[in-house]
Design a protein around this ligand. Sequence first.
Ligand code: NAP
Length: 247
Amino acid sequence: MSGAAIVSGGGRGIGAAICLQLADRFRAIGVIDRDRGPAERVAADLRAAGRISEVRAVDVTDVEGVRDAVDSLVAAMGSLDTVVAAAGNMVGADLEEMSVAAWSSVLDVHLTGSFALVRASLPALRESSNPSVVLISSIAARGIAGHANYGAAKAGIMGLTRSLAREFGPEGIRVNAVAPGFIDTRMTRDGAVQRGLDWKEFAGRAAAASALGRIGQPEEVASVVDFLAGPDSSYMSGQVVYATGGL
Ligand code: NAP
């Protein structure tokens, strides 16, 4: 087994599932997250499975901090083949009540965070024989009331994906995105609390809206990311793959 990946937001939810899934493919996984504790638990699981794993605790909006984190992870892992930007937040409010701080925070974490991670990873990705970037968009890019900042950020991720695919395609670097639907993570469980809804009711509404009649699990997003990281998607770039259960 060879190769290495870096995953931001790897301490929880979808990012953590991506770390564990990519461990079937890569020898080393670098975990970036704001909060060291959960990320260290994921890294410990990876090491228990025989992988090299290190954590860098950094806020993805800290562009210089992300560069230092990526540089030191690449130095520790020896190479980099796949980078996944899975760090994300949601700060909802109706537009007239939305503070500028809430607006900016969501755009910063998703867009500036992805920009920072990809930019810092490019020198190492250029050395890989199968360099792949995977960004995380959302079904919310189609519109989500009460979360205009999030819907705008996730639509922005689609534009970023297509732009980076064109910019780096000539170098053989593939850039794709996964757009999940409603996935059972802390983010959606917090969403239920914010709406004053019982989790079962909130999740049940999302399940009813989907074609498959159920919500998704983080592992069902991670397997799509893994496909986009691997050689079976070698002719895919600039694509957004929906994993929504038909939402
Ligand atoms: P989650 O369980 O809340 O995990 C998000 C992770 O990102 C947490 O570890 C969080 O750290 C980290 N993070 C947040 N802001 C950060 C920052 N500024 N710097 C570094 N790390 C930061 O959420 P999730 O549902 O797994 O979401 C993962 C990605 O999938 C996000 O991009 C989200 O928008 C996207 N997504 C989720 C769904 C869904 O239904 N869950 C659907 C579509 C897309 P802390 O614990 O410190 O906050």
